[in-house]
Ligand binder design. Structure first.
Ligand code: SAJ
Length: 431
């Protein structure tokens, strides 16, 4: 346990850490901190999430998270609440989505500050983990001081200090419980003391190196990592469109090019989804629109990919009176159930609207019929089906997500059907 935390909490009823936001990052962070022996309170506005966690359950799919949450709750190290408690350290892991103009919506960060501010006594550590545009950590500090002018962020005016730092999460959905421990972390504190306190806290569970820098560089490092990946995926996606024009198998093309010792092209897909890579590069564009040309173009290339897939499917059903289309998967990537910014969802929605004479049978192996997301469940020509039922009933099979469970589909059951394989899942024969 860090000195910072043990000094503060000994003899008090304060939690060691309060994690604000129990989503895909907050809940794993709360659970892993609790397993180190710290007392942790997870805070979320959603009563259903709070109830689930207090019952040792996880309200979404993430390998190995369930066992950590169940263990931490049963040992009394983790509990959840809808209100922010007193704590020695706060970790803010709330969404930072973008608005219509692609700038960041900081209303959840503001709401987190409103929950934390009344609990502060001075001496606490507040860490912003949410992916944020440059300047957001300072904004969080400004919000806190607006609400608590009796406090300070650096102690220069003699008031009690709240130590503020940014430490972006970098874990990969589907591998969160591994990467949260093994990945290096970047920490940028507003002061040296804040950086050191944040380092101490992460050292309780992080086996990777903890790199200290200034706040703006920490904020940008996270955005740059995701923009780098976005640009590389855009290259692969652009190749797949060009390959369609040239009637080339893009998977074979990339496999061959990747034999070069200094070439490593990523995989094309139906588009780029998720709450990170499809969002974060826009924060860089917003920060310097004049110069962020490659980054903007990559976003546009990836955003245009679902439309290309829809056009391909529409061409495949041209002339068919009542086409039945199996759409396999809705998640933004394999083996998770997260549909945020998912290109698969966009494709189903656009296809259903463009082909009202078609029936779309959606298979989501990680969700059941009652759990079909509302973004598609209300569409008249869309219905949920078991995977094999959908394939058997359809003339056109569209593979949108490469879930392992789809490996159970016998390839013989695809014979005679038009297959649109957006992930290279079944290889050359079925592209
Ligand atoms: N994708 C492709 N082709 C590829 C790789 C990915 O089309 O070759 C697509 C996926 O299908 C998905 C999207 O890109 O729709 C993003 O998937 P991902 O696996 O690349 O990344 P995320 O969004 O799950 O997680 C990323 C990670 N960032 C990087 O790898 C640089 C993760 O480490 C971050 O913590 C996470 O964003 C985040 O929270 O910011």
């Amino acid at each position: 346990m860090s000195t910072l935390i043990s000094e503060r909490t000994s003899g008090s009823d304060r939690a060691d850490v309060a994690v604000v936001g129990l989503g895909y990052i907050g809940l794993p962070t709360a659970a892993i901190l609790a397993t180190t022996g710290l007392s942790v309170v997870g805070v979320d506005v959603n009563q259903g999430t709070v109830d689930a966690v207090n019952n040792g359950l996880v309200p979404f799919v993430e390998p190995d998270l369930g066992i950590h949450v169940a263990g931490a709750v049963s040992q009394g190290a983790l509990r959840a609440a809808t209100t922010t408690p007193r704590a020695a350290a706060y970790i803010v892991a709330v969404p930072t989505p973008f608005m219509a103009d692609k700038s960041a919506d900081l209303s959840y960060v503001r709401a987190a500050a409103e929950g934390i501010a009344p609990q502060l006594l001075g001496g606490e550590l507040v860490i912003l983990e949410s992916t944020s545009p440059p300047g957001t950590t300072q904004r969080l500090g400004d919000y806190l001081l607006e609400l608590r002018p009796d406090l300070s962020l650096d102690g220069s005016d003699g008031k009690p200090v709240v130590h503020l730092a940014h430490c972006p999460e970098r874990v990969l959905p589907g591998r969160i419980m591994i990467e949260i421990v093994t990945n290096d972390r970047v920490v940028g504190g507003l002061t040296r003391h804040a950086s050191e306190a944040a380092r101490q806290l992460y050292q309780t569970f992080c086996q990777g190196e903890i790199h200290i820098t200034d706040v703006a560089t920490a904020e940008m490092s996270k955005l740059v990592e995701n923009a780098y990946r976005d640009v590389n995926i855009a290259f692969a996606n652009e190749l797949s469109v060009i390959s369609d024009t040239l009637n080339i198998d893009v998977w074979e093309l990339i496999r061959l090019a990747n034999h070069h010792p200094r070439v490593n092209i990523l995989s094309p897909g139906p588009g780029v989804g998720g709450h990170c890579i499809a969002v974060d590069p826009w924060f860089i564009v917003a920060a310097d629109p004049e110069h962020a040309n490659l980054i903007r173009t990559a976003r546009e290339v990836n955003d245009s990919k679902p439309g290309h897939v829809v056009d391909k499917i529409l061409a495949a059903i041209e002339g068919i009176e009542a086409p039945v289309i199996a759409c396999l998967g809705l998640a933004f990537k394999a083996n998770i159930d997260d549909i945020r910014e998912s290109p698969a969802v966009e494709i189903v929605q656009r296809l259903a609207a463009a082909a009202t004479h078609a029936q779309l049978l959606v298979a989501t192996p990680l969700r059941d019929r009652r759990n079909l997301p509302s973004v598609v469940s209300g569409i008249a020509n869309v219905e949920w089906r078991e995977t094999q039922d959908a394939v058997d009933a359809a003339g056109v099979v569209v593979l949108l997500v490469d879930h392992d469970r789809f490996r159970e589909i016998p390839t013989e059951s695809l014979e005679g059907k038009v297959v649109v394989d957006t992930r290279g899942f079944w290889g050359k024969k079925h592209v």
